[in-house]
Design a protein around this ligand. Structure first.
Ligand code: FCB
Length: 466
């Protein structure tokens, strides 16, 4: 019996009927073709040109050349048994420079969606996975309220064209990264280091989400829609030390509750408002905004990679940091093995996170919209990629997800990050997250062992016996 196709008797953990099994990607990380069919620069094209901003001087070209190879990539997805594919739409293709609609850009996603449906794969579209048109950044980017309205306009273009066929929608991917890595630490595009801009961006991103939901309700009413957040279980390094406990509260507020509470509870948490008061956060919040932001969503996308262990600040002036409102906070290792990103492998954190969402933010169906790991994969002389570490990572995280389902969590799907090796943002092409290896010089795809194992999980809707 092959490892990949074990018999039904060996299934120990079945997932609910109808559980969505997928893989995820993002436009800028895989598409390439950055100047084709009317596309103009995004903030990431611009950021990649800055010396030292992205490892090895890597850029959005050629990426995985998916814009040209999408049809073959869909065939690959089908061979991996994927039931769903989460991709993102590039705003600068659909509305170059944030301006008028560009048919040729929409045509690409039209072709992709049709090809997915022909292959029996449900298309899941994310509207914003970080590629803001550079022309809008010049006009203030997410620090400017107007960008939220431009986002709604762009959403309408996409929903009008694809709304009859997309199976699930995510408005934003990880607004924490867009706001704090983009405008506070400057580690991501647009590379700004301005805490007041970062807090403005938080609110304008959320407003954009709410306005986009309105357009989706009008132009794509039948498919479930929501937002994807990068959420982290946060704990204090010394649970009896009040300053560690306060640091953990701040980090949880700035990472998780600042997004969860306005969307799912109708308001920003008081303690977060107090932490961010020095930066003028509430100046951006207008009457009626929170009603728009908190309109019901059909799904919450959860991106989970690891947990955070937090200790009180010791550094007085940490320099540009993502942790405004928790300046100088320290993140401690807990001694677990790490992936190539340096992130600890913490599957229990996934169960904890899902249980917390279930109890503190009840009633919204959950989907894991990203989970995965980077390891230094190589194609061996026999043409295989023996990525045992990734396979083990996926297995323990799927077990952790299953444990949450057994305890009553309404988890409805899992999307592995990522389908293909791709441009891992500021880390460049060197960090490989794919189920499928990409040789970026030749664009040759090689299915990794983890992908074959995952295909087996999908086809039996369950994990093999331990
Ligand atoms: C997430 C991003 C995704 C990818 C993974 C590793 O923060 O959404 O694009 O880079 O991390």
């Amino acid at each position: 019996m092959s490892v990949l196709r074990e018999s039904a008797e060996s299934v120990s953990s079945s997932f609910p009927t109808g559980f969505v099994w997928g893989a995820a990607t993002a436009s800028f990380q895989i598409e390439g073709a950055t100047t084709v069919d009317g596309r103009t620069d995004s903030i990431w094209d611009e950021f990649c040109r800055r010396p030292g901003a992205v490892a090895n001087g890597d850029t959005g070209e050629p990426a995985a050349d998916h814009y040209r190879r999408y049809a073959a990539d869909v065939e690959l997805m089908a061979s991996l048994e994927l039931g769903a594919y989460r991709f993102s739409v590039a705003w600068p293709r659909v509305r170059p420079d944030g301006g008028a609609e560009n048919e040729a850009g929409l045509d690409f996603y039209d072709r992709l969606v049709d090809r997915l449906l022909e292959a029996g794969i449900a298309p899941w579209a994310t509207l914003y996975h970080w590629d803001l048109p550079q022309a809008l950044e010049v006009r203030g980017g997410w620090a400017a309220r107007d960008t939220a309205y431009r986002f709604a306009e762009y959403t309408e273009s996409v929903a009008r064209r694809l709304g009859d066929r997309v199976a699930g929608w995510c408005t934003l991917n990880e607004p924490w990264c867009s706001a704090f890595a983009g405008y506070a630490s400057g580690r991501h595009a647009p590379g700004v280091t301005s805490p007041p801009s970062a807090v403005a961006a938080v609110h304008h991103l959320l407003l954009g989400h709410g306005l986009a939901m309105e357009r989706l309700r009008t132009y794509a009413p039948s498919a479930p829609a929501g937002i994807t957040l990068n959420l982290f279980p946060v704990s204090a390094a010394a649970p009896t030390d009040t300053s560690d406990v306060d640091a953990a509260r701040r980090v949880d507020g700035l990472q998780n509750r600042i997004f969860l509470d306005p969307v799912l509870r109708g308001g920003y948490p008081d303690d977060v408002l107090a932490d961010l008061a020095p930066y003028g956060f509430t100046d951006h919040v207008r009457d009626g905004d929170l009603a728009v932001i908190s309109a019901p969503i059909d799904l919450l996308g959860v991106n989970y990679y690891r947990a955070l262990l937090v200790a009180a600040p010791v550094i007085r002036d940490p320099g540009p940091s993502e942790w405004i409102g928790a300046e100088g906070v320290r993140f401690l290792p807990s001694g677990l093995p790490r992936t190539e990103m340096g992130w600890e492998v913490q599957p229990d954190g996934l169960t904890d996170l899902l249980l917390r969402l279930h109890s503190e933010y009840p009633g919204v169906p959950l989907y894991i919209t990203e989970n995965g790991a980077a390891y230094p994969d190589e194609v061996g002389p026999d043409g295989t990629v023996r990525d045992v570490d990734r396979l083990a990572y996926l297995a323990v995280h799927l077990r952790a997800a299953h444990a949450a389902i057994r305890r009553g969590v309404d988890l409805r799907g899992y999307f592995c990050w990522s389908l293909l090796d791709n441009l891992e943002w500021a880390e460049g092409y060197a960090k490989r997250f794919g189920l499928v290896h990409v040789d970026f010089a030749t664009q040759r795809r090689t299915v990794k062992d983890s992908a074959r194992w995952y295909a087996g999980v999908i086809s039996r809707n369950g994990l093999p016996a331990e």
